[in-house]
Design a protein around this ligand. Structure first.
Ligand SMILES: Cc1ncc(COP(=O)(O)O)c(C=O)c1O
Length: 313
């Protein structure tokens, strides 16, 4: 089977000329080096994107909002009739053990992609009756500080619509991300960082990989959850805003409202909270980051220290 360590003569993993840390992963019951990790080409994830995932961060020796991530994972699997085969508590123990192993190996800024697929197939074909094993459980670990430029990012609006539940419920956090990857390709083509995806009625849904919100006249305005992932970071932001005594509106929001907002920011586990400086070539607000974005980010940082599950318990 093909391993990452076969990519370069000395077995290192390279990205844009930079050496990538060889972390420890969990693959179907085993802890293995990233460079050596493999999975069958007959896995449902590889064959069809038939699986779900969670992006989870550890801050020091704590896994941030682990319970919420695991709950969302199990809910997506329940919808898709994927039997994970272990309890939520057992899954949390695996995550904690994996973080421990990586910290012991000197890994910092741990970001995990916990992926569960329908398992291996006896032969190709999408039908779940062709599956012959339990689900596959893979947890990729990367040394990955928040990925976006905190000085502000550039967005464009793509013609590609985000799914709504009529086609594919975005509340299922599924491995098949082609809808969003095509949007990301459009962003790259236009020299932007991310693409805003509208819903099937033309209102803003989210970006290809994050939730999106605006501040106008001191009010936090968020697109409804109809056509976007119910982000764990988004939920935390609502809580922060309410604690500040801010008015929070969850409603249909048009792209024009985003153009004319005082502040716009994206949010998600992998990038945390990041101000948006431009959308479709239009400058947003007057300051980057805006005062409220900065205040919310500051509070969010504090949350990451408090709402983590200790790997030592
Ligand atoms: C499409 C999409 N929106 C939003 C998010 C942010 O969600 P969270 O805050 O739970 O990381 C993600 C994260 O995976 C995502 O894939």
């Amino acid at each position: 089977m093909y391993k990452l360590s076969q990519l370069t003569p000395d077995g290192s993993i390279m990205l844009n000329g930079k050496k990538i840390t060889d972390t420890i992963l969990y693959v179907n019951g085993e802890y293995v080096k990233k460079s050596e990790a493999v999975i069958s080409v007959y896995d449902s994830g590889f064959q069809h994107g038939d699986g779900v995932y969670e992006g989870i961060r550890a801050y020091g020796r704590k896994v941030y909002r682990l319970d919420e991530h695991i709950k969302r994972l199990y809910e997506s699997c329940y919808t898709l009739n994927i039997d994970i085969g272990i309890t939520q508590d057992e899954m949390k123990l695996i995550v904690k053990e994996l973080v421990k192993k990586n910290i012991e190996a000197g890994i910092h800024d741990i970001h995990m992609r916990l992926q569960v697929t329908r398992g291996f197939k006896a032969q190709t074909g999408m039908h779940p009756t062709l599956n012959i094993t339990n689900s596959s459980i893979v947890i990729c670990v990367d040394e990955k500080p928040p990925i976006f430029n905190k000085d502000g990012i550039i967005l464009i609006t793509t013609w590609l619509k985000r799914y709504n539940p009529q086609y594919m419920d975005p509340k299922i956090h599924c491995c098949n991300q082609l809808n969003q990857i095509m949007a990301a390709c459009e962003a790259i083509r236009q020299g932007a960082d991310e693409a805003i995806m509208l819903d099937h009625n033309g209102y803003v849904a989210e970006t290809n990989s994050t939730n999106l919100q605006l501040i106008k006249d001191g009010i936090l305005v968020l697109p409804t959850l109809d056509s976007q992932l119910p982000g764990i970071t988004r939920k935390a932001i609502i809580k922060i805003a309410k604690n500040f005594g801010m008015e929070v509106q969850e409603r249909n929001v048009s792209i024009s409202e985003f153009y004319n907002a005082d502040e716009v920011f994206i949010c998600g586990t992998v990038g945390e909270i990041v101000p948006v400086k431009m959308i479709d070539g239009k400058k947003i607000g007057t300051m980057i980051p805006g005062l409220i974005t900065e205040k919310v980010s500051h509070e969010y940082k504090k949350m990451t220290e408090i709402f983590g599950v200790s790997i030592d318990d």
